[in-house]
Design a protein around this ligand. Sequence first.
Ligand code: RB5
Length: 145
Amino acid sequence: MIAIASDHGGFAMKQFLMQRLADKGIPFEDLGCYSEDSVDYPVYGVKAARGVADGAYERAVLICGTGIGMSMAANKVPGVRAALCADCYSAQATREHNDSNVLCLGGRTIGPELAWKILDIWLTTPFSGLEKHARRIGMVMELDD
Ligand code: RB5
């Protein structure tokens, strides 16, 4: 199960991506927000990120205007490795190299079709498992302690 969440800046893109996920039969839970009314992105980003850290969700997708605020908030949650992606190569590399468990997207910076391509690649690309990448991830995760 993946979580998906946004603020008002990512609301339209969240609606679009949820339709694509549903079309593909990928289970997800919508953690809000639920309209284009202005809200505070940390509320939604941290809720989803904590859900990933707690094991309630395998991964999460967070969308705000730029994806930047969501990535800042999510990366404050111990156990979370959030990656802001605006291109397909980064989506693939952050799974293979960083084993990222949260994807952040900018609802105002990229179009919906590119966002879907990025999300699809991110969801389907496994971690490489290479020792050098595991070691580097370990070094980053030690900072949580
Ligand atoms: C909201 O206007 C905007 O600041 C937010 O969506 C996001 O881009 C923050 O990083």
